[in-house]
Design a protein around this ligand. Structure first.
Ligand code: IMP
Length: 188
């Protein structure tokens, strides 16, 4: 079974490819030109992206938007995670948390699935954890070097893709999606 993942982020693609491969879903990457819309929720961003992509892609695809929500910063950067990463990076988040006793934070993914002629479906995934006190690890991307999921002492950047997939927001959204996708396929 083949499916397209629309993303310009190779790391995201490789995580998803590995995970969906376990469900027998063969993922292909498509990187199409898009302006990321600003919205108040990840679901709205994923929906707008899916609607834009739908105009260009005539096959079944998934597309997602993720963000880091730091509790003591009122869930900042949240939907602005990409902009904030570009502006201040991991170091900036560490600086904002200097002296903070509460370093708890969650990652969320909103995943949209689209197929010709049907409404867009949404799947979410969330992981709780903490912001490390310093950057650790070389794997992954984005905020991975400063994020420690609950249940581990390692940052995402210290994990292999398989390990990150045991915990991550993206893998949780993808697993929910895969179960739904496969059960639906069996019904047909
Ligand atoms: P987007 O989903 O690509 O818009 O991601 C928003 C921001 O969060 C970007 O700066 C990403 O690098 C970062 N981000 C998204 N997912 C992850 C992840 O799994 N680990 C670390 N950073 C992430």
């Amino acid at each position: 079974m083949k499916l397209i993942f629309i993303t310009g982020n190779l790391e995201k693609f490789l995580e998803a490819k590995k995970l969906l491969g376990e469900f027998g879903i063969r993922l292909e990457q498509a990187d199409i030109e898009m302006t990321e819309p600003q919205s108040d929720t990840l679901e709205e961003v994923a929906e707008k992206c899916a609607e834009e992509a739908l105009k260009k892609v005539g096959e079944c695809f998934i597309i997602e938007d993720s963000g880091l929500f730091v509790n003591s910063l009122n869930c900042f950067p949240g939907v602005y995670s990409s902009y904030v990463y570009r502006k201040i990076g991991c170091e900036g988040i560490l600086r904002l948390l200097t002296g903070s006793a509460d370093r708890s934070a969650y990652f969320m993914t909103a995943l949209a699935y689209s197929e010709p002629g049907n409404r867009i479906r949404f799947f979410t995934g969330r992981v709780e954890g903490n912001i490390a006190t310093e950057q650790r690890g070389k794997s992954g991307f984005g905020y991975d070097p400063i994020y420690i999921p609950l249940g581990s002492n390692l940052t995402f950047a210290e994990m292999s893709t398989e390990e990150k997939n045991k915990f991550s927001h993206r893998s949780r959204a993808l697993r929910t999606f895969a179960s739904w996708f496969l059960s639906r396929h069996e019904e047909k």
